[in-house]
Design a protein around this ligand. Structure first.
Ligand code: ADP
Length: 335
């Protein structure tokens, strides 16, 4: 699909280049020919006035003929040069047009590929639990001796799958809403945004007996959408708790670096391999360590949502991590 479009765009660019080149060549040719003709006529007037002793009368016609031949040669020479120049422009312009067409289409092609990947991943993630529920229900219905206890277990398992599907569709919806979205920012206290996120993960933190420590020496005010930013911080904090062992420490600190507010979320959890760090913000990406263990629920959408929110604030998220030692996620926001 993109090859055809590249060819069409190349042809369009080349058409524009050649139309301009031919237009200027024709104009240049007309100007040069009219200048040469005018010169020829001026020379004729001067020659006509020459005395017979300098240019004998009977050789004037031959002289004029020679001048006419020279004029024709000059015109053909100009025409030849202009045609050669246009052929060079055609070849060079063709190469340049192809390069420009590729450059123009590359970002569109990349986002098209990303969208295709996203759609394929999303439908795979949606189909898997649906297929699992369908086969479980079919097996149960075919069992004539199904007890009430088994039926209840079946319903419980279906309910869990449905909860996962709900969280997946909410994540997808959130990502879709963040596309082309602007934020409703106002000067807010980052301390209260952090506290709100800490509250959100209180239950999971308690369940894993993790000590969550907040280190805020002094509050910082920044122009943020507090709801959105709190959502992003909750996702990162939730991961810090999720990927940490029981009874470990998670620290949240707020510091000021020049004109940037930095929120560090530090855990001593499973850490992230270097090759995964670059990819964890991609939609549906989960590092093998997270994928392989069933205790780590998730779809790989959280960090994409957090990154989109921080990007909308003109900020960035940085990660430093060592496998089996822990990770630090730093949210940097302009003040
Ligand atoms: P998930 O739902 O899988 O947690 P995320 O987008 O939030 O999705 O995170 C993507 C991946 O990044 C996770 O699957 C995990 O491999 C890795 N990750 C994120 N945060 C941490 C962390 N604090 N410690 C270790 N790995 C993490």
């Amino acid at each position: 699909m993109f090859e055809k479009t590249t060819t069409r765009l190349t042809a369009l660019y080349l058409g524009i280049i050649m139309a301009i080149s031919i237009f200027f060549s024709l104009n240049l040719y007309n100007i040069l020919v009219s200048e040469l003709s005018r010169d020829f006529r001026r020379q004729g007037v001067v020659i006509d006035r020459l005395p017979d002793s300098i240019l004998p009368f009977d050789s004037r016609d031959e002289f004029t003929n020679n001048r006419l031949i020279a004029l024709q040669e000059a015109k053909s020479h100009v025409l030849g040069r202009l045609i050669l120049t246009n052929v060079i422009i055609l070849v060079g312009g063709g190469l340049l047009s192809h390069y420009l067409a590729r450059r123009t289409l590359k970002p569109i092609e990349e986002s098209h590929e990303a969208l295709e990947r996203f759609t394929a991943d999303a439908s795979h993630e949606l189909r898997t639990p649906i297929a699992a529920m369908q086969s479980e229900i079919e097996v149960s219905l075919m069992n004539p001796k199904l007890t009430l206890k088994e039926a209840k277990e079946q319903l419980q398992s279906n309910l869990e799958e449905l909860a996962r599907l709900t969280s997946l569709s909410e994540g997808l919806l959130r990502l879709a809403r963040l596309e082309n979205h602007t934020i409703d920012a106002k000067i807010s206290s980052l301390k209260s945004v952090i506290n709100k996120s800490v509250q959100q993960v209180e239950a999971t933190t308690k369940a894993k007996k993790i000590s969550l420590d907040t280190k805020i020496a002094s509050d910082i005010k920044a122009n943020v959408d507090s709801e959105g930013l709190s959502e992003a911080l909750t996702i990162i904090l939730d991961n810090a708790v999720k990927y940490s062992p029981e009874k470990s420490d998670v620290i949240v600190e707020l510091i000021k670096e020049n004109k940037t507010a930095v929120i560090n979320i530090i855990d001593k959890g499973i850490g992230i391999q270097a090759h995964d760090i670059a990819r964890i913000f991609e939609r549906f990406y989960r590092a093998d360590s997270a994928r392989s263990k069933h205790e780590y629920n998730g779809y790989g959408l959280g960090l994409s949502i957090a990154k989109d929110i921080v990007d909308l604030h003109g900020g960035e998220i940085k990660v430093s991590s060592k496998p089996d030692e822990g990770s630090t996620f730093s949210v940097r926001l302009p003040m």
